[in-house]
Design a protein around this ligand. Sequence first.
Ligand code: ATP
Ligand code: MG
Length: 579
Amino acid sequence: MRFSQAFIRTSKEDPADAEIISHRLLMRAGMIRKLASGIYIIMPLANLAIKKIENIIRSEMNAAGAQELIMPCVLPAGLWKETGRWEVYGSEMLKIKDRAEREYCFGPTHEEVITDLVRHEVRSYKQLPVILYQIQTKFRDEIRPRFGLMRAREFTMKDAYSFEVSFEQLDENYKKMHQAYCNIFRRCGLKYTVVEADSGAIGGSSSHEFMVVAPSGEDAIVYCDSCRYSANVEKAATDIEKIIEKPAQPSGKKPEKIHTPKASTIEDLAKFMGVSKNNLCKILFFTNAKAENDGREDVVALISGGFELNEVKLKNHLGFINLEMIPSEEVEKRIGAYPGFGGPIGIKPKIRVIADNSLKSMTDFVVGANEKDYHLKNVNLSDFKVDSFTDLVMVDAGHPCPKCGAGLEKARGIEVGHIFKLGTKYSDSLGAKYIDEQGQEKPIIMGCYGIGVGRTMQSAVEQNNDADGIVWPMPIAPYHVILVLLNSSDETQKKCAEDLYEKMKRAGIEVIYDDRPEKPGFKFKDADLLGIPIRVAVGRYAAEGKVEFKRRNSKDLKVIGVDEVINIVKAEIEREVNI
Ligand code: ATP
Ligand code: MG
């Protein structure tokens, strides 16, 4: 491709709404353009990178025995009503109507459609297992679209679904997909880590996320350097018994009211009472719905003052589809507790109380007295009701690893892929069954496996850049080589560059040739911004039959003979393109 003819407009200016480096660089390099909030045009250069990622995905999925198909993006409402997700999916689903007022959505995901397909096509165990996938456009009306393609509303996803007759078969396919994902992200040149992930309220299922480690990541992950345990904080566990000392025997004293006028934070209160934060009991108020006639249930959660509460764990424990805090002005009326000085003693009896396991290790602790400026001390579990205990801890850096006890580290990650053992969630609700060897009808077992294609491309930019621009990993670079003609009015240089361009094309090298009549500095800046891995510049050495060779990720500049260029370039590409 000649730069002079390419549809590329670069810019020095950072776009106003781009908060993270990859978004800024993709905009400045003219690789993406915003059409509307969360809706982007993928420009030709980025499209080349995306197509390479898609081909890596295809080759690994096919090698793992998966078969590609294409499902529609506009999906009839009926299927979603059958599984209940027409309502449950909430406002992320874009609902549309046709001319006859029939309801559809723009597919945010395809479990319903694929399960419907399989329930019609599969009769017998002989047709299973099977893994099907597509690479296709999704729409999710995200609350906060941001960061360019990272959290878009319209985006490309590779979604795969597996169908099995047994959990052993599911385990096998899950392992295959896990391995395929590792191969895919390695081949895209990404530094990634696999973490245990939350699998929602459907207990027992396992789920892993593939995280590109980056400070701008929206997810927090914890990991253990000693035993390699790693998990999304939504799911992460710790060993609280190692944090909270063994409980002393309760003193036998009755709860006693203490005037605590200035103790508005946990820290202040611990200081004032002369106890550790771990011996204060925090209370939080949640609900599943705003309105009473939506089947609203209010609950109370209790946790030791030394920890933050993990709402995902609470939501899963309760089996709630939605979980939100009760506005503090409504707490007294709905719960019978006094916000800021709330506690479990004296709240309305019908309110469900969920306590974190940390409370089991606490004796003679402090709770709010449900009265302005008062707390109670010498409180024990026997002084109030708890409906259930569970793990509600938000794990943080320094907490002990649940597997080996070493201190956990924390980092941020971008979720590029997610694999999930679904079990029979969708086959049950849609009635997808097969006949087994004994002639018995059984529900089909399922797994699902997603990769964000645009997010993967942008993550590669987020991880591979410097002050001058993008530094593409070779396997997904839009072009492998940028050939730069430094002085286009110098006939020797021009002839040398034109010859080299033709030779490179003939040798099958993916090259963009900057033939524009611009200043060398300007062209070099563009070459750096675009991040093409190899730069070959034709300048004053052309008269001696020599050119400048430079890698985007290195400062070294080598002067090499024109006749060596093709071989050197080819060797570098071959070494790196299949990593
Ligand atoms: P997130 O927690 O980031 O919203 P998710 O759990 O909703 O992700 P999945 O439904 O598992 O995502 O989708 C599979 C993959 O699709 C994700 O791992 C991610 O790479 C990609 N993806 C999801 N939402 C978006 C989005 N809004 N923009 C770009 N890619 C996305
Ligand atoms: Mg999401």
